[in-house]
Design a protein around this ligand. Structure first.
Ligand code: BGC
Length: 839
């Protein structure tokens, strides 16, 4: 290595040839940057985010990686609302990265949960931008404090897995700013993540990696992002446009293809050396920042214990009619449910951690001193398709008999169930919010004769619990990592008091979801017609009943709230735009709160009035004044977690600045706080408001001239029409049409080609069959979630992305062949097959 010591990024850049500079803009192998013939170090990046997924280039199976601690997934830890805990977690992941020589962990995932049915929601935090942004900022802080880089993802509007590589998220400016970009803005302005990963999808007609407005104008110029923008794996199609728009690094290695495109463009004068230097400098900077950090040695026992602590602090107690915690006098318990034996600890896909083994729920509860009887109840996810119906019935019957016997003998019965790897995962969306039917049919039979059931739930996103009224207790573990079962045993026995609160709403039905009908469809354009009314913003504003509301969760103790004081009954909020970088409060990531003396001080007391110690997530909502413009009825503006011994109380002070009353005004491109009477609400959930007081805000007189155009937005969301949305959008509306022969390009996908051309369909079917046959040889079923990702990639990626990802297996001449075939240019198609131009 020619030493880079004491050399600035700029000096290194000056020492590179144009070829080296261009080569630096594309990865080497799956996970490394280029070392410019040893002139600079190469940094390794690996997936996370809830552990380290370090793969060698030779390891192609997504589940094959070095062993690492598997922490709770994002959707699980989000329920802790605990910023310190998440910092501890990412710090521990950073230690493992350092031990393994990894410089950047690809995380955290932080997209807004537009629909609870997005297959990848388990990798994301919340439906609320303040909560998602604050948790992400904590994750970044924890990791970067150990000098390991982060890559927050997937920037942005990547809110569904259906057609994830090509779908166009059509979002109006206000929803874009207030909902979908806001969490990233909080993270960037407060913590400067090392890198940010640009997503696969398009935003308002342009692929994110080529989206100058998103990458350059907003992320860099407005928010002041100083780090490096990298592409999601295979997302940098049309590389020249990407670099010009502000992308710095295209991942992974395109086996020379992108280098050739860039060199050609440079030689033709289509991209300048300055444009290449700009991106190159960002790559060198990140390499210098994330290499040469001292290694650490990890104590895996300690990290396992941390994983257990986080899991226990994140689980949500949804119901308790008195059977929990289990009585100390209880000697025997009955456990029903295959998921107790094979606990689902994480989701599938690129975030899959090769976890250390740990006890399952049967073992963990046995260790607590119970005599455990276990009955499987239903087949496991991986064999359900090949299990005979008679065998499924036999299992159910066995469970019913055991549950009846337990009820007769007063032995507590625990039923374990939840979403499985086949129901949710990367690369596909859910079609409904139901649990697998084989689980539901058993529980329905059991509750007919045993109403004292305790249910333990798993899953990375909300699902329907039609049995809730007929069981005694429900503890939701989410996807709680390798120590899930031990944490569960601690919670069930009361060794730990549950303190998680839902970071997302549980709807009653999929029909109630705000984007229902306008999400996850097999169409190129996705209209975000519900605009700013995501999650609770919709349910609360339009009075739609839900099963469990945002912020909900029970405890084994009780908390009393009292003595709300607000420093002033009126507030001058004229500085809203100055407060743009703030989160609006002094708690969490509110360190940058306006220094103004006029900040509102909200004070109140929380007391643990029960008999056991516990923690309460205190939520501050601001109820907005009634208005004739679009505005959610209330919004989360601050939160903090308070730990209290029994009988103890704590005075909480939350300072608010004008950001807590603001909205994004699209006519001035600024945050403004409209004048009006607001209500400060302190709650234990969004519905369970304990204290409130109003405050008169003197801000901007906010008048919109689109009241009549938007009138239907004030009625039920189902009435939002395409025409309404076009007028709300207010600019040239992106036209997303399926390609037809003559318009097909390498930026279209194989599945689109197959729809248009019989030969392409035959080729695609054949390739899919070959992949399935190979998969079956490894004893895996055609419904295997990892297989779904591979087939999804093959069918949905733009053809150019396949060139980037497939190496020798799919070169440009094959893509050209397909393009020409679809465009009915048969001779050109054959010619492209023989072409050596791209070899
Ligand atoms: C995923 C990213 C991941 C990358 C590398 C992509 O398909 O969307 O989240 O970091 O692969 O594995």
């Amino acid at each position: 290595m020619k030493s880079t010591k004491n050399k600035s990024a700029q000096e290194i850049l000056s020492s590179l040839t144009i070829e080296e500079k261009i080569r630096l803009l594309n990865g080497v192998g799956s996970w490394h940057t280029y070392d410019a013939d040893k002139k600079i170090p190469s940094v390794m990046m690996t997936d996370g985010p809830h552990g380290l997924r370090k793969q060698e280039d030779s390891q192609v199976d997504i589940n094959d990686s070095a062993k690492a601690t598997c922490f709770p997934t994002a959707s699980c830890i989000a329920n802790s609302w605990d910023l310190d805990l998440i910092k501890e977690m990412s710090g521990a992941i950073a230690d493992q990265a350092l031990q393994e020589g990894v410089g950047i962990v690809l995380g955290c995932g932080m997209n807004i949960k537009r629909s609870p049915m997005c297959g990848r929601n388990f990798e994301y935090f919340s439906e609320d931008p303040l909560l998602a942004g604050s948790l992400a900022a904590a994750y970044i802080d924890g990791m970067q404090s150990k000098n390991v880089g982060t890559s927050i993802k997937h920037f942005a509007c990547n809110n569904q897995e259906t057609r994830r590589q090509t779908s166009d998220s059509i979002v109006d400016e206000r929803a874009l700013r207030e909902i979908y970009l806001r969490p990233f803005e909080i993270a960037v302005r407060n913590t400067q993540p090392t890198t940010i990963m640009a997503s696969y999808n398009k935003i308002n007609g342009t692929y994110t990696c080529q989206n100058k407005k998103i990458i350059n104008d907003i992320l860099r110029d407005e928010w002041g992002f100083k780090g490096t923008v990298i592409s999601d794996w295979g997302a940098a199609v049309s590389i020249v446009d990407c670099i010009k728009a502000g992308l710095d690094l295209a991942m992974p290695d395109s086996h020379g293809y992108q280098i050739k495109l860039l060199l050609d463009a440079y030689q033709k004068g289509e991209i300048t050396e300055q444009e290449i230097d700009r991106a190159c400098l960002k790559v060198i900077e990140v390499v210098l920042k994330t290499t040469g950090v001292k290694k650490t040695t990890v104590d895996y026992k300690k990290t396992h214990d941390l994983a257990k602590k986080i899991a226990a602090n994140s689980a949500v107690l949804l119901k308790n009619d008195g059977l929990l915690p289990l009585s100390k006098k209880q000697k025997e318990i009955l456990i029903i449910g295959q998921m107790a034996d094979d606990v689902r600890i994480q989701g599938g896909g690129s975030s899959h951690i090769n976890a250390f083994t740990s006890p399952n729920a049967i073992e963990a509860l046995s260790r607590k001193g119970f005599k455990v009887k276990y009955v499987q109840g239903y087949p496991g996810d991986d064999v359900v398709e090949i299990t005979e119906p008679t065998e499924i019935q036999r299992m159910a019957q066995e469970a019913v008999v055991a549950a009846k016997e337990a009820a007769d003998k007063n032995i507590p019965t625990l039923f374990f169930c939840g979403l499985t790897n086949r129901t949710e995962g990367e690369g596909f969306d859910r079609k409904d919010i139901n649990l697998p039917h084989e689980q539901l049919s058993v529980i329905n039979k059991i509750i007919e004769m045993n109403k004292d059931l305790i249910v333990v739930l798993y899953g990375g996103s909300p699902f329907a619990v039609p049995f809730a009224d007929n069981v005694n207790a429900m503890l939701h573990m989410y996807l709680a990592g390798e120590a899930s079962a031990e944490a569960c045993a601690d919670l069930l026995t009361g060794a730990v008091n549950p303190s998680g609160k839902l970071s997302e709403t549980y709807p009653l039905s999929e029909k109630d979801i705000p984007c229902a009908g306008n999400w996850g469809n097999d169409s190129p354009g996705v209209e975000y017609r519900e605009s700013i009314f995501t999650g609770y913003r919709y349910y609360e504003t339009f009075d739609v009943p839900v099963k469990y509301e945002f912020g909900y969760g029970l405890s084994y103790t009780k908390f009393k709230y009292s003595r709300l004081e607000i420093s002033s009954a009126s507030y001058n909020a004229s500085d809203a735009d100055e407060a743009i970088g703030n989160v609006g409060a002094n708690v969490g990531y509110g360190e940058k709160l306006s220094k103004s003396k006029t900040n509102l001080k909200v004070k109140f007391t929380v007391k643990n009035s029960g008999k056991v110690a516990g923690a309460e997530v205190v939520q501050l909502y601001v109820k907005n004044p009634a208005s004739d413009y679009l505005r959610p009825v209330k919004e989360l503006r601050a939160f903090t977690k308070v730990y209290l011994e029994p009988g103890k109380s704590k005075k909480v002070t939350i300072e608010l600045d004008s950001k807590a009353f603001s909205l994004y005004d699209v006519s001035t491109n600024k945050y403004i706080a409209p004048t009006g009477t607001y209500e400060i609400e302190i709650g234990s959930s969004i519905k369970d408001i304990k204290l409130k007081k109003s405050v008169k805000v003197k801000g901007v007189k906010y008048e919109r001239d689109d009241k009549s155009k938007l009138s239907s937005y004030f009625r039920k969301i189902k009435l939002f029409t395409h025409a309404d949305f076009v007028s709300l959008y207010g600019k040239d509306f992106p036209v997303d049409e399926e390609p037809v022969p003559g318009t097909f390009t390498i930026y279209n996908s194989f599945s689109e080609a197959a729809r248009l051309n019989k030969t392409c369909k035959k080729i695609l079917d054949k390739v899919i069959e070959r992949i399935k046959t190979e998969n079956r040889k490894h004893g895996r079923s055609d419904n295997d979630p990892a297989l779904k990702i591979v087939i999804g990639g093959l069918t949905e990626n733009p053809l150019e992305a396949m060139i980037l990802l497939a190496g020798d297996d799919f070169k440009r001449n094959r893509a050209d062949f397909i393009v020409n075939l679809v465009n009915k240019k048969r001779f050109a198609a054959l010619k492209s097959l023989w072409s050596k131009k791209w070899d």
